[in-house]
Write a protein that binds this ligand. Structure first.
Ligand code: ATP
Ligand code: MG
Length: 214
């Protein structure tokens, strides 16, 4: 059996054309069925539906052979023991610093102010501000980061931005770009060795389909 770990939502949707290129069709839609283990048209391939940030963990421990995870999640996880052969070029967005519209971010940085940063991306936020020589208190959140500057929890957030619609709806502005994000294929290295004759053709099919579907 080959087990592929995916998260619901955009990663699942945008991975479908890549799976199709490898001849894999899910037997049901995880949004509709609520099942966490989903069969496919192939007897030897199944999908497991996990939280986006848990994908690297399932693959690292070999509970899944393959997975699809955002670069944001992979950097935060550390990527230990994971083979990352392909940038799938899906779920593209940018990791940015954002503040309330009107907050003088550049001024605060120039004056050496200590900034409160709310984020789910603690590691990447620390690294970013350390590299700039800015002192920060990082406040870990699990979601709805946009709220933090509005209610005085933080001066700025570090979050993913694609269209900027959510920032705009909450009167926030992006002030700094940290990195471009897309999702990657992650592979358990032991699984690749043991099941190479089945996994390698999948990797080749995914590679051939990048940029064509989503
Ligand atoms: P959960 O909703 O379970 O807390 P999550 O919010 O991290 O997890 P998603 O919002 O589905 O899950 O995001 C999954 C992945 O998709 C992220 O890790 C990131 O790589 C990518 N992503 C997140 N937001 C966007 C976006 N606005 N545009 C494009 N890709 C995004
Ligand atoms: Mg989400």
């Amino acid at each position: 059996m080959i087990t592929i770990a995916l998260s619901k939502g955009r990663i699942f949707e945008e991975t479908l054309p890549l799976l199709a290129a490898a001849g894999i069709t899910p037997a049901e839609d995880p949004e509709a069925s609520r099942k966490l283990i989903i069969g496919t048209n192939r007897d030897d391939v199944r999908l497991i539906i996990v939280r986006a940030s848990d994908v690297p963990t399932y693959v690292e421990y070999g509970a899944a052979d393959l997975g699809v995870a955002g670069r944001d999640v992979l950097i935060e996880h550390g990527g230990a023991g994971l083979y990352q052969p392909l940038d799938l070029e899906i779920a593209k967005c940018r990791l940015m610093v954002a503040t309330r519209n009107g907050f003088d971010y550049d001024g605060a940085v120039r004056q050496g102010a200590r900034l409160k940063i709310a984020t789910k991306y603690v590691q990447q936020a620390r690294e970013h501000f350390a590299a700039k020589g800015v002192h920060v208190d990082v406040i870990k959140l699990y979601g709805s980061m946009e709220l933090a500057p509005l209610v005085g929890l933080a001066d700025a957030i570090v979050d993913l931005v694609s269209t900027g619609g959510t920032l705009k709806a909450n009167d926030l502005v992006a002030v700094e770009h940290i990195r471009d994000i897309s999702s990657r294929l992650v592979v358990n290295q032991a699984a690749l060795k043991l099941k190479e004759e089945r996994i390698q053709p999948m990797l080749d099919a995914f590679a051939g389909a990048i940029g064509s579907g989503a």
